[in-house]
Write a protein that binds this ligand. Sequence first.
Ligand code: KG4
Ligand code: ZN
Length: 339
Amino acid sequence: MKDVFILGIESSCDETAAAVVKNGREVLSNIISSQIDIHTIYGGVVPEIASRLHIQNINGVIRLALKEAGKTFDDIDAIAVTYGPGLVGALLAGVSEAKALAYALNKPLVGVHHIEGHVAANFIAHPKLKPPFVCLIVSGGHTHLVVVKDYGSFEIIGKTGDDAAGEAFDKVARAVGLGYPGGPKVDKLAREGNPHAIEFPRGEIKGAPYDFTFSGLKSAVLNYINHANMTGEEINKADLCASFQNAVVESLVERTVACAKEYKYDTVAMAGGVSANSALRKAMEEACTSAGLSCCYPDIILCTDNAAMIASAGYYEFINGNIADEYLNAVPNLKLGER
Ligand code: KG4
Ligand code: ZN
């Protein structure tokens, strides 16, 4: 069979990214232009600035992705682009670019769901991994426990009723004064702290054993900080981060392993920015080993936003004939499993 080369484009938040992936699994290039330094000044992503920087950088990023892959546009079989969910202006930059390229080059265009991309990062990291398997999706905007039934086909088993896991990390980081982006900073500081120092609540949603809730935990952390500020007690930030992180990790790992056992799948995967968390990776690995499950997750660079994962997901959409037309538009609140 002829090799298939997909050019992936990702611009849903604050990374302008392009990648070339062969047959959905082999990364030939993965270029990420991060805007973090600029958004850090404002303490979070400023949508307007993100859109402008995508527009400014996207052509250069694509050119570099082709160059590093040793390919030209002629070698590309299809152009895959994230069309949702995400910031509308940021998504439009990538979608418009992809549409223009597809039109000018007369190549097929594939619209990719950003979260489907995160899941596909596992196909790159684990070339033998095939559906079905259980996947914990934990990003800045999503916390979903799903069964990946087939490429691009998901059954949602559980989801968050309030904050996403990444959002909780970011909010706690801000409250502790660590700034943006919060998750990696909490992860780093937590390594110096005691995860059992402070007993924070593990939220549950009655009647929905696989759903998550982090708002109670977040409030408990904020109350703890306020109380300490009022009484003049000094906060051990490392202990606080470790204890908060431990509460999040426990609730994620517990439900994921229980889901794999109940639904009888022998493989657990993780996807999304929070799956870069060192404590989560370790705890999930240990829990899977003792439950006799295999555990996989992508390299850190493939956990957070990138275009290789979009090209991989795009490959499976492409070979299934899911080609977008010239009316493809950004869908900022695109739900998982929707087209
Ligand atoms: O998947 P992602 O890069 O973007 C979205 O699609 O949302 O996820 C970003 C989220 C942020 O909330 C960030 O704080 C979190 O992932 N994150 C982490 C770590 N690295 C990134 N959270 C905890 N530990 C980390 N090491
Ligand atoms: Zn993402």
